[in-house]
Every structure is written in C-alpha cells, then in structure tokens.
Design a protein around this ligand. Structure first.
Ligand code: TYM
Length: 333
C-alpha cells in the first residue's frame, strides 16, 4: 500500500524527558506538524509494563505533555493525546496479538534488556510491548514514525504485523517507516562515554530538559573525554567523539569547526571545550524548562489539550477499526 501523509509517535511517562528524547523524537514532531497529519501521544499504558505503581503517573503524564508543548508542539496542529484515552487501542492490540509469535517477541532486544533489569516482573505485557506499539501506529494507519535509533527493531516488527494482517485479512495497513528527515536514526550518547541518555538509568550522565543551569554545567564538566591526541589528525576516540556529537546538536557550526581543527592540530583543551558545550546547553535547555513550568501550572489547559487530542485520535481510530472488523469478518448483522 502506498505511503500516506500520516505520522504517529509516542513517549513513555516513566521519567523526565532528556536531550535524547528531544533530538531523537520531539524535534522531528515539531517539524512534521507543519506538513503532515500528526498523532503524538503519551504512552501511559506502555509505562505500566515496568512501572505498575501509578501514584506519580498523572504528574508524569502532565510533564510529558507540557515538555512536548514547550518544545514547540502545537496541539491545534497535531493531535496530542494520552494512550489510555483511546479505547480502540485495546481492541486492535488483541487482534494483533493473535498474529505475533512468542518466539519473535522473546527475541526482541528491549524485552531481553527489561528481563535483565526487572527479573522479578517479567509480565505478559512486557513480552507483547512491541504489539502494543504496533497498535499505536497502525490504529492511525500511519506511514511515518519519528523515533530514535533504539526503536528501529520495534518498527521492523510493526511492519511484519501489518504485512501479516494485510495478507491474512485484506489490505488495511500501510507499512510504517522510522523517520528522521532522510538521515539515519539518532542515538544521543550519555556523558559518561557509555550507552545513551535515558530517562531512568544513567541520571548523572543524562541532560534533562528540566535540569537547572548549575546541574547542566556540573554534568557537562564531568563528561568523559578520554586522552588528548598526541598525533595530528588522529582518529577520534569514542568519548571525545560523543562530546563533538553533543556539540553538533546545540553549538554554532564555526565553534565546532574551530574545536575540530584544534583536535586535529593536537591543541585542543578539553576543559575549554566542555565549558563551551555547557554554556550552549544552558542556552538551549533553560527556555524549555521555563516554558514547561508555566504550562504545568495550568492544569485546565492540559485537560483541554488531552480532550481535544483524544477526540481527533478517536475519529481516526474509529475509521480504522470499522475497516479492521469488516475485513476480519467480525460483522454479523
Ligand atoms: P521512549 O519513551 O523510551 O522514548 C521516546 C522517544 O525518544 C527517543 N529516544 C532517543 N533518541 C535518541 N537518543 C536517545 N538517547 C534516546 N532516548 C530515547 C526514542 O527513540 C523515542 O522516539 N516504545 C516507545 C514509546 C512508544 C512509541 C509508540 C513510539 C509507544 N508507542 C508508537 C513510536 C510509536 C518508547 O519507549 O519511547
């Protein structure tokens, strides 16, 4: 089926959002809302697979909504909603579960990671996490899914489920693609030289959109750089490569070029480079943090956003589910 103009993506409310969420996902949401029909949601149901305690859920859902809006998402352009408000999700999830195999679900990288992290809570929802994510996307028959690199495998599985459904029952779903404006998907590295920025692990090595200026400076100044180069034009070790990668996200091109030149000439001073990065990060994060706090103070506004978003999302989901039930032969009248 040919690609359409529909976009869908989501973020779990399992902690404060960080630079990885922004550059991997939200930056593209903001760009795409101008030209595409967009559905963005807070994946509260997904968060239950690992965070069954719901005492802080409301607060976390509000924060994800507010941070999205503070980053430039316009709820009058894109539908911004909460996953649990779209009841059709549960129905399609059920049907797609019949087309997902235990073996392939057990092989999913995120499932294996989660089993390692939470051995005491390996629940069925965790196993079928990719089916729920496929549901979120397919329920709007979306073609494009702006996400970071860590979600690539889930997108591949989504395409498999879509293909299986279309093949068995009839063409309903396009095969969605992970999307980053023609570029490879992004993985924003952590500041400690290993792994990626993340909501719940690695907190000292992750820059959050809610961090105050001093924490940003402290975290950046502690970032790993590795050894200074002793040979001109040497290969860049991973740790310093990561610092350059972070600079590319927030610093001016001529500033980056001058540090690259210094690296190649073995004149680079890592302390100065980190100071520069820290100030550029402060400049980038501070306005988002302030806007988020203003939005969070207005609960009524957030309620209106959620209602308006859910209404748009329901309309789209209902149209899909009418087709799904029809092609599946679940129409007995
Ligand atoms: P989540 O909540 O872990 O992350 C939200 C988005 O941020 C991206 N991301 C990153 N990108 C680059 N570098 C990083 N260090 C980094 N960390 C996170 C993620 O790739 C993601 O795009 N399963 C999803 C939520 C979800 C979803 C969906 C996404 C549920 N249903 C439907 C797309 C479509 C997740 O856990 O994202």
């Amino acid at each position: 089926m040919a690609a359409n103009n529909t976009v869908m993506s989501g973020i779990r409310p399992t902690g404060f959002l960080h630079l990885g969420n922004y550059f991997g996902a939200m930056r593209n949401y903001v760009k795409m809302q101008e030209e595409y029909e967009c559905f963005f949601m807070v994946a509260d149901l997904h968060s239950l697979t690992t965070h069954p305690d719901t005492r802080e859920l409301k607060q976390n859902v509000h924060r994800v909504l507010a941070e999205n809006i503070a980053c430039g998402l316009n709820p009058d352009k894109a539908a911004l909603y909460c996953q649990s408000h779209l009841y059709e999700t549960s129905e399609l999830y059920l049907y797609l579960n019949m087309l997902a195999y235990k073996g392939e679900l057990e092989k999913t990288t995120t499932f294996k990671d989660k089993v390692r992290q939470h051995p005491q809570n390996v629940n069925a929802g965790l196993l079928t996490y990719p089916v729920l994510m496929a549901t979120d996307i397919l329920i709007h028959r979306a073609s494009y899914v702006p996400v970071g690199k860590d979600q690539e495998q889930h997108l591949e599985m989504t395409r498999n489920f879509a293909q299986r459904f279309n093949h068995r029952y009839g063409e309903v779903f396009p095969e969605p693609m992970a999307f980053n404006f023609g570029q490879t998907l992004l993985k924003v590295p952590s500041l400690d030289g290993t792994g990626k920025m993340s909501k719940s692990e690695n907190q000292m090595a992750t820059l959050y959109l809610s961090d105050d200026d001093d924490s940003i400076r402290k975290k950046v100044m502690k970032a790993k750089t590795g050894e200074a180069p002793i040979e001109k034009n040497a290969d860049m070790p991973e740790a310093i490569g990561n610092i350059f990668l972070l600079m590319e996200l927030v610093s001016e091109a001529d500033v980056i070029a001058s540090y690259k030149h210094d690296f190649n000439e073995c004149r680079i001073r890592f302390g100065d480079m980190k100071k520069q990065l820290a100030e550029d990060m402060v400049k980038f994060i501070a306005p988002i943090r302030q806007k988020t706090n203003d939005i969070l103070a207005n609960e009524n506004y957030l309620k209106t956003v959620m209602e308006q978003g859910a209404e748009k999302a329901r309309k789209s989901a209902k149209a899909t589910m009418d087709q799904v039930r029809m092609v599946m032969g679940l129409n007995y009248f």
